[in-house]
Design a protein around this ligand. Structure first.
Ligand code: HMG
Length: 387
């Protein structure tokens, strides 16, 4: 039985920052950001959006009256959670009116947890083939104004409906994974911005990819020429290119050119959104499927990495109806975004939802998204639905 992603959708902020403008404001050559880092724009997330609203805005594109009652589990993967106890999945279930007999759970291991959610969903469907699982990977990436990581901020959510006989990709159950206690990136619970040992984190990412690729080849017997394309976790898009370059020498010259062309397709959307941690690999998957030349039956490789650190490499097969399962219209999404200036971005960045228990209601006139965080009352988040 084939199991995998039947529908996939994306949501982000309606505001973005142009990274050429950021480079100039930081007295940096724009080509460092555009080429050296591989990012051109960055989602700017106002306090009226958080992982719950982003997740709900993504999932709303795939939840409807036909599947609302069939969903047996809602998994939200995130490392920017809003509560140390209650899972974001419960809020999403309520906002989307998903049936009350679904399990709801939040998962955490840095950027890796979206992949854990996808694999837990696959294993669940394998033993309950009539069930469907909603997996959401939602995050807001914050490093701080004028930090080296600033250019790699961003945010958004990817929602995936996992079921038997999927129309987008089927998961081949050939995963290899590894984890190790590494302090490359972390965020203690009292901080809203991540701490990172930037260059070290990039080295660990590459080391994990190379080790897992070698392990994958040894355990499955597959080689690079079995793959039409690779999709990577893209904290910044140059990072995926560094990963791909680790294994390109194993391919012929023609294959190398083809794999590099598919890689370009896989980073089109990520270049304009930035890091969305758990959802990053899956935004790259959407970008590859929408902009590349992959076709039904092609094998693609996916590399998931979460600092701290955990890595996983697996393959998937593209299914015949894959274009129908891509639910987000990216032309409209990007066309509807509003560019903010560097001072406006800095103001939005500093204007955080309070964490000291005070009652507040936010001005929502500048947030056109369907689900918004309207405020905090009695230490409870208050959500609103724009019809
Ligand atoms: P930096 O030190 O400012 O940048 O920080 P750099 O000096 O290393 O330069 C970056 C690249 O730009 C280099 O290319 C330069 O040569 C190039 P590379 O050698 O790497 O190929 N460059 C130029 N290119 C063209 N024209 C120019 C020019 N100038 C320089 N004029 C760093 C970069 C990524 C370290 C920083 O932004 C950072 O700390 N980011 C956050 C950490 C991160 O994203 N790490 C990635 C791996 S860890 C991960 O993926 C997990 C994560 O998503 C979190 C999670 O799991 O939860 C982060």
């Amino acid at each position: 039985m084939k199991i995998g992603i039947d529908q996939i959708a994306f949501a982000t902020s309606d505001k973005y920052l142009d990274l050429t403008e950021l480079a100039l404001a930081r007295d940096t050559d724009p080509n460092k950001f555009l080429i050296g880092i591989g990012q051109s724009e960055q989602a700017v997330i106002a306090k009226t959006q958080n992982i719950v609203t982003l997740g709900a805005n993504a999932a709303a594109q795939i939840i409807n009256d036909n599947n609302r009652d069939a969903i047996d589990m809602v998994l939200v993967a995130t490392e920017s959670g809003i509560d140390n106890s209650k899972s974001a999945a419960v809020y999403v279930q309520k906002l989307l009116n998903i049936n009350r007999y679904a399990r709801t759970l939040e998962l955490k291991q840095a950027c890796y947890a979206g992949t854990a959610g996808l694999m837990f969903a696959r294993d669940f469907v394998a033993s309950h083939p009539d069930k469907q699982v909603l997996v959401i990977a939602a995050d807001v990436a914050r490093y701080g104004i004028n930090t080296p990581g600033e250019v790699t901020q961003g945010g958004g959510a990817v929602a995936m409906l996992v079921k038997a006989n999927p129309q987008v990709i089927s998961l081949n159950d050939d995963n290899v994974y590894m984890s190790d206690d590494v302090m490359d990136f972390w965020r203690p619970i009292y901080r809203s911005e991540a701490l990172v040992d930037g260059h070290f984190s990039a080295t660990i990412y590459q080391d994990f990819f190379k080790e897992l690729w070698d392990r994958y080849r040894a355990t499955t017997g597959h080689a690079i020429n079995d793959f039409k394309a690779f999709a990577f976790h893209l904290p910044f898009t140059k990072m995926g290119l560094k990963g791909l370059r680790e294994i390109l020498p194993e391919a012929t010259e023609d294959q190398q050119a083809a794999l590099l062309a598919e890689f370009e397709a896989s980073r089109v959307y990520n270049r304009r959104v930035g890091n969305l941690y758990t959802g990053s690999l899956y935004l790259s998957l959407i970008s590859l499927l929408a902009n590349g030349s992959v076709q039904a039956g092609d094998r693609i490789g996916l590399f998931s990495y979460g600092s701290g650190a955990e890595g996983e490499f697996y393959s998937a097969t593209v299914e015949a109806g894959f274009k129908h399962g891509l639910q987000t219209d990216f032309n409209t999404l990007f066309a509807n975004r509003t560019q903010v200036s560097v001072p406006e971005y800095e103001e939005i960045f500093a204007d955080k939802a309070p964490t000291d228990g005070q009652n507040v209601m936010f001005d929502l006139t500048n947030d056109p998204n369907r689900f918004v965080l309207a405020g905090i009352q009695d230490e409870k988040h208050v959500y609103k639905v724009n019809i």
